[in-house]
Design a protein around this ligand. Structure first.
Ligand SMILES: CC(C)(COP(=O)(O)OP(=O)(O)OC[C@H]1O[C@@H](n2cnc3c(N)ncnc32)[C@H](O)[C@@H]1OP(=O)(O)O)[C@@H](O)C(=O)NCCC(=O)NCCS
Length: 245
């Protein structure tokens, strides 16, 4: 179920699978493998499904780190960061991670550079129609169905997560999207029967297949304002609530 970018020197590990199958691989005893900051966050998750998403994501990322960099999954403690993905605590590693969960599914990615992964389970999303103006890509027709809007959503969310921003309306609006050649892509999109998955990274080249999806589509996502202004604004952005219905 995994896919790896084939271009050196920064291969990317990416995996998507049902949450329940990751949970089956967890070691017995949560406190045995969560770091202190993860344990503190986990203790605050009162809803069982959310707690399971958290455990599955944080274990899957450890499996990716062990696959890419060696050792066992539990050799890779993660430090929680507010409104950012967790960071491997090992000082000898440049590895970065990204996690996304939706419904029954979990996705995780590992690379030696910033990456963003976003996953959304396919289901009716009538509320997305209200956000069509924030999501439309160049050359899209004026009317888009909910499922196409959900694809645009995961592309923009992956880009936002790659850059560590929040999915505020103004941020979504300031990302221009168009299909592109593989060599130009900043975001790859996989359309599956159960989910849409997007991976944002600066590595060019081919990426392997992701289980249960079609071939990846190459997309170019570009901030329409200056990156420096984006970053400065991001530092003062208030925490937002999720827009996705
Ligand atoms: C947070 C956000 C980056 C992803 O939100 P999402 O689509 O609801 O959630 P996803 O499942 O795709 O991703 C969640 C994971 O991304 C990571 N993450 C959190 N904030 C992040 C950020 N700013 N950039 C990159 N990754 C982030 C975390 O690892 C999180 O998983 P975990 O909490 O189990 O560790 C973005 O969409 C956003 O800004 N959302 C609204 C703001 C918010 O914080 N909402 C929380 C209440 S709904």
């Amino acid at each position: 179920m995994d896919a790896s970018l084939t271009v050196a020197p920064t291969p990317i590990w990416l995996q998507v699978e049902p949450i329940r199958s990751v949970l089956r691989r967890l070691p017995v005893g949560v406190s045995d493998w969560l770091s202190p900051s993860e344990r503190e966050r986990y203790a605050g998750l009162r809803v069982a499904s959310r707690a399971n998403q958290f455990l599955a994501g944080h274990w899957l990322v450890r499996e990716g780190l062990a696959t890419r960099h060696g050792g066992e999954p539990r050799d890779w403690p993660l430090r929680e960061r507010r409104s950012l993905p967790p960071l491997p605590e090992r000082e000898d590693s440049p590895a970065q991670v990204s996690i996304s969960h939706s419904g029954d599914w979990i996705a995780a990615a590992v690379a030696d550079e910033p990456i963003g992964v976003d996953l959304e389970q396919r289901r009716p999303r009538a509320g997305l129609l209200a956000f069509a103006h924030l999501l439309r890509a160049e050359d899209d027709p004026p009317e888009l169905d909910e499922d196409t809007l959900l694809q645009r959503w995961v592309i923009k969310e992956a880009w936002i997560k790659r850059h560590g921003f929040s999915a505020l309306p103004e941020r979504l609006a300031r990302i221009a999207l168009r299909r592109c050649a593989e060599a130009e892509a900043t975001v790859r999109l996989w359309v599956g029967a159960s989910f849409h998955l997007a991976l944002a990274c600066d590595v060019t080249g081919c990426i392997g297949a992701v289980a249960e999806t079609g071939p990846c589509e190459a997309w170019l996502a570009v901030a329409t304002d200056a990156e420096a202004r984006d970053r400065a604004a991001a530092r003062s952005e208030p925490a937002a609530t999720s827009l996705l219905p």
